[in-house]
Design a binder for this molecule. Structure first.
Ligand code: GUN
Length: 289
């Protein structure tokens, strides 16, 4: 079993982007990071995005409206960023408070500034294999992890566990692309899937993105499979100072020994999501220049 080191691969990409940004003509790329409220996980994620931006030479604009902001208030904020020629990319951190329609917010962001890839137009471009679009960061990061750790995807059976807009659906579309780094046969499983373990056991590459702590157990994995664990779950742990520990969607202690390769949590997919956001922001700067 080999661990796929997301921190190391993300650091390589960030170093490459830093070189590219230094060579860009004109002003540096600018990323607006919008975080509604103070959800502790969101605070931590947005901080990581801010730090990566600074490392690369991307300017970040931090906007932290209160949790009480209305949907119209958030629309007005986004409209302002859409119209601002100094802003290349806009990210509104998910999840949003219950009173706000998240899909409507993602659609409000101008497609050419949608570095998250959640806008209708960018999802359509992903389906059409139009590379001028933005691909959602976590699925793009998964494909980079596979490519850069020498996992051949073409012709393999990829099973995606989860059908979210942020991970499962775009990951399935990406693995299906007619490209040498993709070309997979893809199965998407979800909460209503019958005989789920029988399907996951067929996976050459299993992508677990269901948001249920340690859901994937050894009986669900084919020996020799590559397992990509997208889950970031906080589980109560009184032995930790924070009162919790982070765990993935995979029961690592029993699944890892079976795998040819597996991503750890933390330090697997998470850092790649940030690196791909940076890549999309540099792409936005180039395309909008
Ligand atoms: N929450 C979890 N992952 C993501 C992501 O990739 N983008 C945004 N905006 N919110 C998230």
């Amino acid at each position: 079993m080999e661990l796929i080191d997301g921190n190391k691969i993300a650091a390589e990409i960030i170093a490459e982007l830093k070189t590219q940004v230094a060579a860009l003509p004109g002003r540096p790329p600018c990323l607006a990071l919008v975080r509604v409220g103070e959800d502790p996980a969101s605070v931590s994620y947005v901080k990581k995005k801010e730090l990566a931006s600074a490392t690369i030479g991307i300017t970040s604009r931090l906007i932290f409206p209160p949790v009480t902001i209305t949907q119209d208030g958030l629309f007005a904020l986004i409209d302002g960023l859409n119209a601002d020629p100094a802003v290349d990319g806009i990210l509104v951190q998910s999840p949003l408070p219950k009173h706000i329609n998240e899909t409507a917010v993602f659609r409000r962001i101008a497609a050419h500034k949608d570095v998250d890839g959640f806008h209708t137009l960018n999802l359509g471009k992903l389906a059409q294999e139009d590379e001028t679009g933005f691909v959602a960061c976590t699925p793009a990061g998964i494909m980079q992890l596979l490519q850069r750790s020498g996992v051949a995807v073409s012709g393999k059976h990829v099973v995606v566990l989860g059908r979210s807009l942020i991970v499962g659906k775009p990951a399935a579309l990406l693995a299906l692309q007619r490209r040498p780094w993709a070309n997979a046969t893809v199965t998407v499983c979800h909460s209503q899937t019958a005989s789920l373990p029988a399907l996951t056991r067929q996976a050459d590459i299993l992508i677990a993105a269901i948001g249920k702590a340690e859901f994937v157990t050894a009986d669900m994995v084919k020996p020799g499979a590559v397992v990509i664990d997208v889950g970031v779950n906080r589980v109560a742990d009184s032995t930790k100072k924070s009162g919790y520990r982070l765990t993935g969607d995979v029961h690592f202690p029993t699944v890892a020994p079976l795998c040819s390769k597996i991503t750890p949590v933390p330090g697997g997919v998470g850092p790649m999501t940030v690196a791909m956001l940076m890549q999309n922001t540099v792409k936005a700067r180039r395309q909008n220049a």
